[in-house]
Design a protein around this ligand. Structure first.
Ligand code: FMN
Length: 345
């Protein structure tokens, strides 16, 4: 699998997810088997380019190449400028967001809403491709199957995007109207794949190695992109890779392995966000991690309740460490006893 000059180690991609796939999480996913990761979307608005949020999103320190930055907006010259700005800051691939159902970006309808206006969508694609060409930077596109069930224009837009110079296309098998409801369908992706020469990536509801194999069979896609199923389970990439290669399920990781990954993730997370914000924004990841482990539901719930009370990194790291050590030994986490006692009192 190749995007422009970049040969990827495999064809399993982490989906861009705003608020989730920041640098620490992308690095961990890549370490645990993902071949490629795209940044969370960054705005094309010049007045926001130096905001704390955007600079954190554009932080790629220590991340294995290629560095792929997703840009979002509705104005073609502004999107071209955003592409150049991000290239100057290290982007090696620029991805255009026409897949996000978020209501407004740049105070106008953007993301997948652009699919409603094919002329504007194409204008943006052409402007970004022209801006990236002198730098030899490939441009990729992420879209949905269309605006709504009666306007599934992804195949037409995909053909136009390929002619305009897009070098890879990702399709989430839902319309914009669906948000995240219902199920992703992949026959539209299969139809697009059959028509295009550039690599096509299938995305949507790939939540297990078996689902990955089925989507590959159904679509003939060149790669798979996984989003929500990787939350709290970044090792899903190595599980899928193993299953696609051997047809066998990989044994789940031990508590000790997950503990080591979580502690590493937390340290990187505090490094990016600072201790005050980092402790708080890490809580969602910790909740997802325990959700994906084989634990009794009430144990998970009490772990989350306890973690949400902690406000400094040392306490958060120690709690994670102690709980995982206890679970490794087949015991309830120590914090649970404390919460139990208080509840009983
Ligand atoms: C919390 C969250 C944030 C997302 N942010 C983005 C984004 O910044 N850019 C984008 O193109 N898609 C975004 N998406 C969509 C995902 O990339 C992906 O297309 C979608 O979740 C379907 O894949 P999945 O079923 O594997 O999760 C986001 C999805 C979620 C759940």
């Amino acid at each position: 699998m190749q995007i422009g000059p970049y040969v990827l180690p495999n064809a399993l991609f982490v989906a861009p997810m705003a608020g989730v796939t920041d640098r620490p999480f992308r690095k961990l996913c890549k370490r645990l088997g993902a071949g490629y990761a795209v940044s969370e979307m960054v705005t094309s608005r010049p007045d926001l380019q130096d905001s704390l949020k955007t600079s954190r999103r554009a932080d790629h320190q220590g991340e294995p190449a290629p560095i792929a930055v997703q840009i979002a907006g509705t104005d073609a010259p502004m999107m071209a400028d955003a592409a150049r700005h991000n290239i100057d800051r290290g982007a090696q691939i620029i991805d255009i967001n026409m897949g996000c159902p978020a209501k407004k970006v740049c105070t106008k309808w953007a993301g997948s809403a652009l699919m409603q206006d094919e002329a504007l969508a194409l204008h943006i694609i052409e402007a970004v491709v022209a801006a990236c060409a002198p730098h030899g930077v490939p441009v990729t596109l992420k879209m949905r199957t269309g605006w709504c069930a009666s306007a599934k224009n992804a195949p037409a837009l995909a053909r136009a995007a390929e002619s305009a110079g897009i070098q890879m296309l990702t399709v989430h098998g839902r319309t914009r109207d669906q948000g995240y409801k219902g199920f992703a369908e992949h026959h539209t992706v299969a139809a697009i794949k059959a028509e295009l020469r550039i690599p096509v990536v299938a995305n949507g509801d790939i939540s297990s190695p078996q689902a990955a194999a089925a989507v590959l069979r159904q679509t003939g896609a060149d790669a798979l992109m996984i989003g929500r199923a990787a939350q709290g389970r970044p090792w899903i990439f190595r599980e899928i890779a193993h299953y696609l290669t051997t047809g066998q399920e990989l044994a789940p990781p031990s508590f000790a392995e997950v503990k080591a990954w979580m502690l590493e993730h937390l340290q990187e997370h505090y490094g990016l966000y600072g201790e005050h914000t980092g402790v708080r924004s890490a809580r969602k990841h910790l909740g997802w991690y325990v959700q994906s482990l084989s634990l009794p539901a009430d144990e998970r719930q009490r772990f989350r309740a306890h973690i949400n009370t902690l406000t400094n990194p040392d306490d958060q790291l120690k709690s994670v460490s102690d709980c995982f050590d206890a679970w490794s030994a087949g015991l309830p986490a120590p914090v649970m006893a404390e919460v139990d006692w208080r509840l009983a009192a």
